[in-house]
Ligand binder design. Structure first.
Ligand code: SAM
Length: 286
């Protein structure tokens, strides 16, 4: 046992919980309800021990001296985020995406344009955006090289972004509806993992972006599709509204937003037109 792990910061008091939760909310928009006290105690207790600090008060004092871009905040983002994701996670939605892709292909060709811009706004370890890249590769085939494809994945967790950049995945990432043929076509076994084909990996880029950062989001413009899935469940209503306003601004006219299967815009935004597909919804900016 290391000295750091032997130090046990006392349990998180309601006041310390409130202080930490306010700091986290202010920097990331992630809201921890009262019943998440033990989760914060557990995750940030580990970090407090790693730093050799003896109490949560000392930890709170420590982070209050840092600015929100500091490495310590990135440690917090790594510690508190839930990065659960896998390839081909929601087949019905992906089918609706393919349908819209074929519409946009025709529209672009009619306009004499070849550009398609897609953003995975909480891309975690990359499976969502790589799924989209695989779908594009299958959809366009050899013609893909004639298209100007922009695929951006962003997340607040550097740990998740690092995994995304490596593009090597264990079995857990393959529990969605990717077929064995797709897996064999796009991945090569390497030890206990599977490595994504380089040409598909090179279609995408990942970078850090905090969805609480309205100014940074404003730089993303004229997007055709935004996947903002399974992240807004961690935000309160005010933050959800703020993020949706930004996404609306980032989409081009006729662009689409996709949410997680258990998420909806009901009561949060009426700016989008809901389009129904078999088993899925897409939200259009008209
Ligand atoms: C459950 S994962 C969802 C991954 C993927 N979109 C999917 O549906 O499979 C949620 C992701 O949201 C990210 N996240 C949470 N708060 C964020 C914020 N304020 N800005 C950017 N990403 C955030 C987390 O780091 C995590 O990787």
């Amino acid at each position: 046992m290391t000295i750091a792990s032997a130090i046990k910061p006392s349990s998180l008091s309601p006041q310390q919980f409130q202080d930490l939760r306010d700091i986290i909310y202010e920097i990331s928009g992630i809201f921890f309800a009262e019943n998440k006290l033990y989760l914060l105690e557990n995750r940030l207790g580990r970090r407090t021990r790693e730093l050799g600090l003896e109490s949560f008060d000392a930890y709170i004092k420590h982070i209050k001296t840092q600015d929100s871009g500091s490495p310590e905040y990135h440690q917090i983002y790594n510690a508190i985020t839930i990065n659960e994701t896998f390839f081909f996670r929601f087949q019905a939605q992906l089918e609706s995406f393919k349908k819209l892709l074929s519409d946009i292909k025709k529209t672009r060709q009619a306009q004499g344009s070849n550009s398609i811009k897609i953003w995975s706004a909480a891309s975690s370890s990359g499976e969502e955006l790589y799924t989209i890249a695989i779908i594009l590769d299958e959809f366009f085939g050899p013609d893909l090289k004639n298209w100007d494809i922009y695929l951006l994945g962003t997340d607040i967790s550097h740990r998740a972004l690092q995994i995304a950049g490596n593009a090597m995945y264990g079995n857990n990432s393959f529990r969605g509806s990717m077929t064995p043929e797709q897996k064999a076509k796009y991945f090569a076994p390497e030890g206990n993992t599977f490595k994504l084909r380089d040409d598909v990996k090179q279609l995408v880029q990942f970078r850090y972006l905090n969805l609480n950062d309205t100014m940074e989001m404003r730089k993303l413009t004229s997007l055709d599709f935004v996947f903002c899935r399974n992240v807004m469940i961690y935000f309160d209503e005010e933050m959800k509204k703020r993020v949706l306003r930004s996404i609306y601004g980032s989409l081009g006219h006729g662009g689409y937003l996709f949410l997680g299967e258990a998420e909806s815009l009901h009561g949060i935004s009426s700016a989008f037109k809901v389009e129904h597909f078999s088993g899925a919804f897409a939200y259009k900016k008209e």
